[in-house]
Design a protein around this ligand. Structure first.
Ligand SMILES: [Zn+2]
Length: 445
C-alpha cells in the first residue's frame, strides 16, 4: 500500500522548470535511431537517474527486423561557387536528412534540388526528414532559403558514416514491493525537436526521480529507446519477461499547450485505460480520450497482437496535429514549463490510482458495522467533509467483498480517489477492512 500522496511535498513549478531545463540541455544534440547523439543524450539522463545503457550490435535479428548500421555525422553543407555555406548543418541539425549516406560532390542547382526538402506552407520553417531504411541523402531548408538559391555549381558535402556499430538504448529499473511492473517508455531518436521527443524524455526522467523517492508497490521500468526499432529490439530481447508488465504508458508530445490526449491500449479496457479516464475526469483539465489505432509512437509495437501489452499513450496534442510537428518550429518556444508540469501532475495522479487500486475484504460484512462506537461517525473534518467521508466508508464497506477494487468503487460512487483512500485508511486502521491479498510478492530485477 502506498502511504503518501505522490504530489504532497512536491513543488510542481520547480518540476516544470527542471523539465524545461533538461529539454533545453538536450535540444542541440543531433540524435538519430543510432549513433553518438543517442549516447550523449543517455549520458545526460544518467546524471539524474542510474540508467543502464545497452549496446546491441548491428545486424542482430529482432523479430522481423535487423538492428541497422550505426549512423554518425560530423558535418554537412552545401557551398556555392563563392565558397559560402548556403546550407549548413552547424546552424541546425535538421538541415540534413537523418541517415544520409556520405557524399562529396559538385552538382548543378537542378540536380541539387532533387535532394532538397522544404515546407512551402511555412516558408520560414525547416522540415525534419529521415531515410533510415533506404540509402539516400538530402538536405532540408526553409522555403525562403530555397527560393534564394541561384543557378550555380554547388559543392555538396555530407560527412557521415554508416557502418557496423550498435543500437543504443537506456533502461532504468526501480524495484517496488511487487515484481509486477509498470512500464514507461519514450523515444530518444529525434534531433533538435522539443515537443515530439524531448518533452517525453524530460517527463519520464522526472517521474523516475519522483518514484525513486517513494516506496512504490509496483516496480517501474523506464525505457529510453529510439522509436520503432528501439522498442522492437527491447521487446525481442525481453519477450520472456513481458508477463510482469501490468500497466504501461508511452509518453510523447507532453509540453505543448494543447489539451491532454490519451490513446487507449489495444485492449481498450485495461486498468490503465480506466485509471487514466478516471484521473482525467477528476482533473479539471480539458482532455480527449481516443481509441487505439496502429499509428503513432511505440504503442504500435507494445500493442501489436503478439505482444498486446496494456500500454496507453499519454500526450497533449498528438503527432501530426500541431503545425510545428516535425519542423524547426517544434522548438524551445513551443514547449512551456507549466505544460510540462501539468503533464507530470496528471501522470502522478494516474500512477497513484494504479498504486492504490487493490481489493479489500469487509471484516464485518453482516449488516453495517457501528461506526459511531469506533469514532468514525461524523468525526473527521467539517460537516461536508465528514458526510463525504461517511459516504466513502459506506461504499467501501458495501463493495469490499474481494471482487471490487478501489477504482471500481471510485467509479461507481463518483467520489474523489483521495476521499476513497482516506476512508480506506480509517477502515483499515479500525480493523474493518483488510487487503484481499496481504502477501506481497518479492521484487526481482
Ligand atoms: Zn516524431
Amino acid at each position: 500500500m502506498i502511504a503518501a500522496d505522490f504530489t504532497t511535498t512536491l513543488n510542481l513549478n520547480e518540476a516544470g522548470t527542471e523539465m524545461y531545463a533538461l529539454v533545453s540541455e538536450l535540444y542541440p544534440i543531433c540524435r538519430s535511431i543510432t549513433g553518438s547523439g543517442v549516447r550523449e543524450t543517455l549520458r545526460i539522463i544518467q546524471n539524474r537517474i542510474p540508467l543502464t545503457i545497452h549496446e546491441i550490435p548491428s545486424g542482430t535479428p529482432v523479430f522481423d527486423w535487423n538492428v541497422p548500421r550505426e549512423w554518425n555525422i560530423r558535418d554537412a553543407y552545401v557551398k556555392n561557387s563563392l565558397g559560402e555555406r548556403v546550407i549548413d548543418f552547424q546552424k541546425s541539425n535538421l538541415h540534413v536528412v537523418s541517415y544520409s549516406v556520405p557524399v562529396k560532390t559538385k552538382v548543378s542547382l537542378e540536380k541539387l534540388k532533387e535532394h532538397l526538402f522544404t515546407l512551402p506552407d511555412h516558408p520560414d520553417w525547416i522540415p525534419y526528414r529521415t531515410s533510415y531504411y533506404a540509402e539516400n541523402w538530402g538536405f532540408c531548408l526553409s522555403h525562403n532559403d530555397w527560393m534564394r538559391l541561384k543557378d550555380d555549381e554547388y559543392e555538396v558535402c555530407i560527412d557521415t558514416s554508416l557502418e557496423k556499430g550498435h543500437l543504443t538504448f537506456g533502461e532504468y529499473y526501480l524495484p517496488g514491493e511487487s515484481a509486477e511492473e509498470v512500464l514507461i517508455s519514450c523515444h530518444v531518436c529525434h534531433p533538435s525537436l522539443c515537443n515530439d521527443n524531448l518533452s517525453g524524455i524530460a517527463l519520464a526522467v522526472l517521474l523516475a526521480e519522483r518514484l525513486g523517492q517513494m516506496k512504490p508497490r509496483y516496480s517501474y521500468r523506464f525505457l529510453f529507446t529510439p522509436g520503432t526499432i528501439g522498442s522492437i529490439t527491447w521487446l525481442s530481447l525481453n519477450e520472456a519477461r513481458l508477463s510482469r508488465i501490468k500497466h504501461g504508458l508511452v509518453l510523447a508530445c507532453v509540453g505543448d499547450s494543447g489539451k491532454f490526449t490519451y490513446k487507449k491500449t489495444r485492449r481498450g479496457d485495461a486498468e490503465i485505460d480506466r485509471a487514466m479516464a478516471y484521473a482525467l475526469q477528476h482533473s479539471g483539465w480539458e482532455y480527449e480520450i481516443v481509441n487505439f489505432s496502429p499509428y503513432g509512437y511505440d504503442e504500435r509495437q507494445f500493442c501489436s497482437p503478439g505482444i498486446n501489452l496494456p500500454m496507453g499513450c499519454f500526450m497533449r496534442t498528438p503527432h501530426g496535429r500541431f503545425p510545428e510537428y516535425h519542423t524547426s518550429a517544434d522548438n524551445l518556444d513551443l514547449v512551456r514549463p507549466q505544460n510540462l508540469s501539468d503533464s507530470f501532475a496528471q501522470c502522478l495522479r494516474v500512477l497513484q490510482v494504479l498504486e492504490a487500486n487493490q481489493a479489500y475484504l469487509n471484516q464485518n460484512p453482516k449488516c453495517e458495522p457501528q461506526l459511531g462506537r469506533r469514532g468514525l461517525y461524523r468525526k473527521i473534518g467539517g460537516e461536508t467533509d465528514s458526510r463525504t467521508q461517511e459516504l466513502a466508508m459506506l461504499w467501501l464497506l458495501n463493495r469490499s467483498d474481494g471482487s471490487h477494487t478501489l477504482l471500481d468503487i471510485a467509479e461507481e460512487s463518483g467520489l474523489e480517489f483521495g476521499t476513497i483512500t482516506q476512508a480506506r485508511d480509517a477502515l483499515v486502521h479500525h480493523g474493518l477492512l483488510k487487503e484481499r491479498s496481504e502477501e506481497a510478492s518479492s521484487a526481482n530485477p
